[in-house]
Design a protein around this ligand. Structure first.
Ligand SMILES: Nc1nc2c(ncn2[C@@H]2O[C@H](COP(=O)(O)OP(=O)(O)OP(=O)(O)O)[C@@H](O)[C@H]2O)c(=O)[nH]1
Ligand SMILES: [Mg+2]
Length: 396
């Protein structure tokens, strides 16, 4: 039993504990209220972001995870030769700078050094040494003679305008005037089934390189491209083409052990037709127009393709190295006689002083120049526009 004194002490202790508890609870309540006030003053916490934003964030996270999964599952890309990656397009005026200097730069210089009474013979000589070809030079000289007065013939601006006008007329006759709207606009597409392009030309003109560049651009436009390794002549040719098709990310048709280029061409067009390809591009071995047996072989290649698709090849394009100047004209004439070309690809326009050959080609063959190569990178191929070309030549 507890004595009455003890019981009194216990009561006091209980009251003290109760008061202490109340005090502690009060302090807690106060600090909670304070922190709530601070939260209100802070910027929006993540929980308060609108629900649609949270949903977008979630989607991004999910998408990132899917990409990660895909990356993990994707087959390892085959080793490909490094491609220069600068995406910048070569400036046409820059690419044609040497041609401009060689052609109109020299005519300009002529007028600067001797301001009056320009001898037309000097202009004629400059034109003759500019890889335009004799027929073109005669046509240009006739235009100056006929259209300009004596006084105008001594005036650089008048001579320049007369030449510019006549060169435009020459291009108009060769169907090269089409403005540069990308290479798709330069290709005659088949109404149905694959469009077949046959690429021909002498050794080292730039056939394989141009095929790589064309393929990359067509694949970039969503076309399904098949490239046929029709150069069975050189052992290394297939490998070179493979480097380009890997870069362009298109398929190559290069059957093991087949040495007959006509068989490769036939099978490639058949495959293109059976498997729904949009474009079949056939590479060929380089050859000189003087090599009669090789010219017969390439004619046969062309013939067998038409057995699969009567209109094939829809385009027979000659690749010409602009540096070969007048020789390029000769090559084009001979190949045209054998294969009825539908157009030309003029390569290595960058850095050559002989770009004037484009005018000669338009004048003497009326073959449209469809594309021009302006460098060694995969993106260095442009659709040819005579308007842009002439403007780049007459830039000063
Ligand atoms: N600067 C420059 N070089 C080019 C251009 N086109 C091609 N070349 C270079 O020309 C060389 C020959 O190119 P290829 O594509 O192998 O020529 P090809 O006509 O296939 O040669 P063959 O198969 O031997 O008949 C390569 O070194 C290319 O890089 C161009 O537009 N500009
Ligand atoms: Mg080649």
């Amino acid at each position: 039993m507890m004595s009455p004194g003890h019981a009194q002490q216990m009561d006091i202790l209980l009251i003290f504990i109760g008061v202490m508890l109340l005090l502690v609870l009060g302090v807690i309540a106060l600090s909670m209220a304070k922190s709530r006030r601070q939260k209100k003053a802070l910027p929006k916490a993540p929980e308060e972001v609108p629900p649609q934003v949270r949903a977008e964030e979630k989607e991004t996270v999910v998408a990132k995870e899917v990409v990660k999964e895909k990356e993990a599952l994707a087959p390892v890309a085959p080793p490909v030769a490094p491609v220069p990656t600068a995406p910048t397009e070569v400036d046409l005026k820059e690419a044609l700078r040497k041609t401009e200097e060689n052609l109109f730069g020299r005519i300009r210089g002529l007028f600067k050094t001797d301001a009056v009474g320009k001898p037309l013979e000097e202009i004629e000589e400059i034109l003759y040494t500019s890889d335009l070809g004799p027929t073109t030079v005669q046509r240009l000289m006739a235009a100056i003679e006929e259209k300009l007065s004596r006084k105008e013939k001594a005036d650089y601006e008048s001579v320049r305008e007369a030449l510019k006008e006549e060169i435009k007329n020459i291009f108009a006759g060769s169907h090269s005037t089409h403005p540069g709207e990308g290479i798709l606009s330069k290709i005659q597409f088949a109404d149905e089934g694959p469009t077949v392009l046959m690429i021909v030309g002498v050794n080292g003109a730039g056939k394989t390189t141009s095929i790589g560049k064309i393929s990359a651009q067509l694949a970039g436009q969503g076309k399904k491209v098949l490239v046929a390794a029709g150069d069975t002549f050189r052992a290394a040719a297939g490998g070179q083409l493979k480097v380009w098709t890997d870069r362009a990310q298109v398929e190559i048709f290069s059957p093991e052990g087949v040495t007959d280029p006509s068989a490769v061409a036939f099978d490639a067009v058949s495959k293109g037709k059976a498997q729904g390809y949009d474009i079949v591009i056939v590479d060929t071995a380089g050859r000189l127009h003087t090599q009669a047996n090789l010219m017969e072989e390439i004619k046969k290649m062309k013939r067998v393709m038409s057995k699969v698709i009567p209109e094939a090849p829809h385009e027979t394009l000659i690749v010409l190295d602009a540096n070969s100047g007048q020789n390029a004209l000769m090559q084009a004439k001979e190949f045209h006689g054998a294969l009825s070309l539908t157009g030309a690809i003029l390569t290595k326009m960058d850095g050559t002083a002989k770009g004037g050959v484009a005018v000669g080609l338009a004048q003497e063959l009326q073959i449209p120049i469809k594309l021009i190569g302006v460098g060694e990178r995969i993106q260095d191929l442009r659709s040819f526009s005579s308007h842009d070309f002439v403007e780049s030549l007459f830039v000063h």
